[in-house]
Write a protein that binds this ligand. Structure first.
Ligand code: ATP
Ligand code: MG
Length: 544
């Protein structure tokens, strides 16, 4: 990361001027869904700034709206934060401050800066005006302080129906900044809260609770995304007008957007409701659980956050940046193995039935610390049918009858003939094996293979992008941009050494790509792998 981005510059200045002795940031998710890559970026920024300047970073669950939040989301957010590798200094909840926030609302009423309004939500919207037209004062705007205090107390006591009354700040209905046209501070909601139960039936709005929570937690730099630019006016107005010691400052950076993806929880929910994906951990979306299931590592996600920087320009990041981050990590740090995704059988006619040879091979071409493993060589082997498909085109040096090819880590074989069924589909291929050590295999195509006897059945979930358009949200209908072929399932085999593989293990399947073990099907004993990312080689590119 650019360690001198504009937020860091501000912090350095503030510390030099001794405006603060210690800085404090916060990450404040609303527990109304699972975390996504954008949240990881926000966490990364807040957490690392605090760490690098010897400060602290709070996690605060913004649980001010009981209709949207759920306990399961709090649990999953905590789990994801931990998985990403962040140590949490302090977990807070906006609901911890409900009484204090209420008292600040009373203070605003007493200062004639807030009033209880009886307009309904439609009327409030109409009175607010638009960017082109000015707003109009509510007829309830000039109630006396005493009336407002009484009504607000009665709101809290549950004397009114939902939507009947609300508390609004008294700012300026003529303001060119829409949010300053008497924003709502509190509304009535008869909804049990996951932490405070039925203690409250009025709840503060985000803009009201957020700045107060920041101030109560002594946050120094409140970092958020650009769409909160206008809200900053209200943030500062509230803190200026209540008796509170700390006055945090808000700084905005541009939201993370990634090509061919959507991230907002609202839209992910839409995809689930429309049954385009089943769950939040679908490996085709950029939720943290989705990325984890796909096979992304915390390291690669942090690397990506670091490379995308902190700016004020709205932009859309290329998917290849994210893919390169995971490739770099997987290539260096994860073992190789052999998998046959489109199996076809080869019989080596000069190798006797029952013959078995053990070959010891390296788990990684460079990192010898990853050790070695055993593979088996027998009369029958699987290879990938795409190594045969262009049988008459040797432009890519594909094997043709009489051709010599090399089985990686083993021997050269020569294709003799092909056995097809009556529909012309290749059933098996008969070859002879040059069963001798120290063969010359310069200029000979090397292919991957697995002994039939020592193979394990596997399913490969091959993922492609979920959306066809670079910026799906720009299109008229999100649903129309769905790539209907974003998941293809293949039945194949992996080498026997993977029988001890654990869920989450990642491998480079040679000549294919990087895969992560997602689950083991107990019924069929199939290992189920998710494609993380394909290798970029001639063989792969031709077979997509
Ligand atoms: P969503 O649209 O997914 O609901 P949100 O901003 O409403 O996002 P919150 O739970 O309120 O989600 O977000 C917590 C923090 O994460 C906020 O500070 C928010 O600015 C930040 N954040 C959310 N999405 C992104 C993103 N795409 N890029 C950077 N930061 C983000
Ligand atoms: Mg939100």
């Amino acid at each position: 990361m650019n360690t001198n981005n504009f937020i860091r510059k501000v912090i350095k200045k503030d510390l030099n001027k001794k405006k603060y002795f210690k800085i404090k940031t916060r990450f404040a998710p609303e527990p109304n869904g699972y975390l996504h890559l954008g949240h990881a970026k926000s966490l990364y920024i807040n957490y690392n700034i605090a760490k690098d300047f010897n400060g602290k970073c709070n996690i605060r669950f913004d649980d001010s709206n009981p209709s949207k939040i759920k306990k399961k989301y709090i649990k999953s957010i905590k789990k994801d934060i931990k998985w990403l590798g962040f140590k949490i200094d302090n977990v807070c909840y906006t609901s911890n401050y409900f009484l204090k926030i209420y008292n600040y609302a009373v203070e605003l009423i007493k200062k004639k800066l807030a009033y209880v309004d009886e307009l309904n939500s439609k009327e409030i919207k109409k009175y607010r005006g638009t960017l082109k037209t000015i707003g109009k004062n509510s007829p309830y705007r000039n109630r006396s302080v005493n009336d407002n205090l009484k009504l607000f107390k009665e709101m809290k006591e549950g004397k009114f129906k939902e939507g009947k009354m609300c508390l609004r700040a008294k700012i300026n209905m003529l303001s060119p900044i829409m949010i300053m046209r008497d924003p709502i501070l509190y509304r009535i909601k008869y909804k049990e809260h996951i932490k405070t139960g039925n203690e409250w039936c009025i709840y503060p709005m985000y803009d009201f609770s957020h700045c107060i929570s920041d101030a109560l937690e002594k946050i120094t730099h409140s970092i958020c995304t650009l769409e909160f630019m206008d809200n900053k006016n209200l943030y500062n107005w509230i803190l200026k007008n209540i008796t509170i010691k700390n006055k945090p400052k808000q700084y905005e950076f541009s939201r993370l957007n990634v090509e061919y993806n959507i991230m907002s929880k609202r839209y992910i929910n839409k995809l689930i409701n429309k049954k385009i994906i089943k769950k939040w951990d679908d490996p085709r979306i950029l939720t943290i659980t989705g990325l984890k299931k796909r096979g992304y590592t915390p390291f690669s996600i942090m690397d990506f956050c670091s490379r995308t920087g902190v700016t004020k320009q709205n932009n859309i990041i290329e998917m290849s940046l994210l893919e390169n981050c995971i490739k770099n990590d997987l290539n260096k740090n994860f073992p190789r193995a052999m998998a046959i995704i489109n199996p076809i059988k080869i019989i080596l006619e000069n190798i006797p039935d029952g013959y078995e040879e053990r070959l010891i091979i390296n788990n990684h071409p460079i990192n010898k610390n990853m050790g070695k493993r055993k593979i088996y060589f027998n009369r029958e082997i699987y290879i990938d049918k795409y190594d045969f498909i262009n049988i008459n085109k040797n432009k890519y040096n594909h094997p043709i009858i009489g051709n010599e090819i090399r089985l990686k880590n083993a021997y050269n074989i020569i294709i003799k003939y092909i056995i097809k069924n009556k529909d012309g589909v290749i059933k098996k291929i008969i070859c002879t094996c040059k069963h001798e050590k120290n063969q010359n295999y310069k200029y000979i195509k090397i292919i991957h293979w697995i002994s039939v006897l020592h193979s394990i059945p596997a399913k490969f979930y091959l993922y492609k992008r979920l959306f066809n358009k670079i910026n799906p949200l720009k299109e008229k209908k999100l649903i129309n941009n769905i790539n209907k072929k974003s998941l293809i399932i293949k039945n194949g085999f992996v080498e026997e050494s993977l029988k001890t593989a654990k869920i989450g293990n990642k491998y480079q399947f040679e000549r294919e790509g990087y895969y992560c073990l997602d689950k083991i099907d107990n019924k069929s004993n199939n290992l189920i792998f998710n494609l993380i990312i394909n290798l970029n080689n001639k063989y792969r590119n031709k077979n997509i």
